[in-house]
Design a protein around this ligand. Structure first.
Ligand code: GMT
Length: 374
């Protein structure tokens, strides 16, 4: 198939999923055309089946905000037409699904038919999308896509709850490339961070409010009162400064390292003992899956689709959002020497269920069905 993939080219989960999906599809012989405003983060190499089309956003003194959606729709029109695409797959509804709808209508004027698949990723539904300033357009563009997928059952349920959506939504979970995400031998790194055999806790996110990074710091503070431990915070975002101040207030600066944005996050995960994801909302929790693939047990909140990934008591524990006390207790249970190896093994076994080789065929089948039906 010749498939156009539209996504955000940033560090965010939806962009990562879209890019990895495109790379996986290209590997099995499909021709993949990425359409974004910048080269996606994980697409910096040459492959015969991969193409990249940059959206050209013209600014003009009249525009306070350049109309990205129009530039994107125009780019989709030309790529579909000249690259003879069979299908457009847009990741994250806003504004990709409505731009795709516009492109589809423009192409129809020239008797070119292009089926659209929209994948809902999370905040496009649970946070931004349901806001009245976007809701009517999101509802319309979901209803007018030829196929719609959601990355968890919970996200599918949320979509029905908040939007006037009647159509079918297919749940296709996120996936992981176990060839890349696997435990690596980085013992020198572990020794440098934990010279006295301390347990290593880790959190990776975009440091937005919804991730509740404060809970990570507070859980760590409580855990460290009981056992020797260190904390690595990977990523950057609006909450970072406040978290640095909190660490100073709590007197944990010597045991907490802020690493900023990292490409090779698997190297850090490889030496970690516990991953913490206390999010307020989380449609799937791709970062937690990346940790599990590196044999790291996960301590999570019960938000959104996380319980569909984290098997409570096996791969880690699932706690109520904001329940610091419970999270501290569960962290200590996982980190106990007699328990840790079993939790690690269970985390890896669960991650294997989400290997790209299991999930990619679900997308291929869904594309085929969508093309046949549309
Ligand atoms: O978590 C974010 O803020 C980024 C966001 C995105 O769209 O890039 O992540 C969402 O999509 C990921 C990939 O499907 C999911 O793993 C995340 O759980 C989801 N985030 C939220 O629902 C908050």
């Amino acid at each position: 198939m010749r498939i156009g993939i539209v996504c955000y080219p940033t560090f965010g989960g939806s962009g990562v999923v879209a890019t990895e999906l495109g790379k996986g599809l290209a590997k099995v012989g499909h021709e993949i055309h990425f359409i974004t405003y910048r080269q996606p983060t994980r697409l910096d190499f040459f492959s015969e089946n991969l193409y990249y089309h940059e959206v050209d956003i013209k600014s003009y003194p009249l525009f306070e905000h350049a109309p990205y959606e129009l530039a994107l729709a125009s780019k989709m029109v030309s790529v579909v037409k000249y690259e003879h695409l069979d299908l457009l797959h847009v990741h994250y509804a806003i504004p990709h699904a409505s731009a795709a709808y516009m492109a589809k209508k423009i192409l129809a004027e020239e008797n070119i038919h292009i089926p659209i698949v929209t994948t809902l990723h999370g905040t496009d539904i649970t946070l931004v999308g349901k806001d009245p300033s976007y809701e009517p357009v999101v509802t319309f563009s979901i209803n007018h896509s030829d196929g719609v997928t959601a990355v968890s059952q919970d996200l599918k349920n949320e979509t029905y709850k908040y939007f006037g959506v009647k159509r079918d939504i297919e749940v296709i979970p996120n996936f992981i490339d176990l060839d890349r995400f696997k435990k690596q031998k980085k013992e020198h790194f572990k020794l440098a961070i934990c010279p006295h055999g301390e347990k290593l806790l880790v959190h990776t996110s975009n440091f937005r409010k919804v991730k509740r990074v404060e809970d990570v710091v507070r859980v760590f503070y409580e855990v460290r009162k009981q056992i020797p431990a260190k904390l690595l915070l990977v990523g950057d975002g609006p909450e970072r400064d406040r978290m640095e101040r909190l660490c100073r207030e709590l007197g944990t600066c010597d045991d907490v390292r802020f690493l900023g944005k990292l490409d090779a996050v698997e190297e850090v995960l490889s030496v970690s003992d516990l991953f913490i994801m206390p999010s307020e909302k989380e449609s799937f929790g791709l970062a937690a899956l990346e940790a599990m693939a590196c044999e790291v047990p996960i301590l999570t909140s019960n938000a959104g689709g996380i319980p569909e990934l984290n098997v409570n008591g096996k791969t880690g524990f699932v706690c109520e959002v904001g329940d610091i006390d419970d999270m501290k207790e569960k962290a200590l249970t996982i980190l106990a020497d007699e328990n840790l190896p079993t939790f690690k093994a269970n985390a890896l076994a669960r991650a294997k269920e989400f290997d790209i080789s299991n999930i990619l065929p679900l997308y291929e089948k869904y594309y085929q069905e969508t093309i046949e039906k549309s």
